[in-house]
Design a protein around this ligand. Structure first.
Ligand code: CMP
Length: 139
């Protein structure tokens, strides 16, 4: 039986914001393979975080604790301190370490103060687990 309650992790947001987050998740190469209701649950559970200029959203080689959607310009991707790219607004990232249970493949650093939407790994894993359990019950 599924014991996880999405109600607790749900964060209020307006429908236009939800649409932007949904589209960001659905254009990510890996996350777009999830089922629509899983994407929807992720959107409901995302919460806002601010990263100050110069701080790291993600550090290469560390464990992954959240999947992130960028709301405004100001994040850059680095590998071994070499600049690879800047992340476009309304891009989902930080999915690799969570989906594949590996360490972070790159660092992501704030070049200005930025706001993001984030979902914690534990919540994401619960969303996946609840679906698996439902499937099993239907089998
Ligand atoms: P993850 O490895 O969890 O954490 C770093 C994230 O940076 C990674 O997931 C991707 O979402 C993102 N990223 C953007 N560009 C690259 C790149 N060239 N190589 C690896 N990760 C990248």
């Amino acid at each position: 039986q599924a014991t996880f309650s999405f109600e607790k992790a749900r964060v209020r947001k307006d429908s236009s914001e939800k649409k932007l987050i949904t589209d960001a998740l659905n254009t990510n190469r890996f996350l777009k393979r999830l089922e629509p209701h899983q994407i929807q649950d992720m959107v409901e559970c995302m919460y806002e975080r601010t990263f100050q200029q110069g701080s790291y959203v993600i550090r290469q080689g560390k464990a992954g604790n959240h999947i992130v959607v960028l709301k405004e310009h100001g994040l850059e991707v680095f590998q071994q301190n070499k600049l690879l790219s800047s992340i476009p607004v309304w891009t989902a990232f930080g999915e690799l370490a969570i989906l594949y249970k590996c360490t972070r493949a790159a660092s992501v650093k704030a070049i200005t103060s930025v706001k993001v939407w984030a979902v914690d790994r534990a919540v994401f894993q619960n969303i996946m687990r609840v679906t698996a359990q439902t499937r099993q019950e239907q089998y």
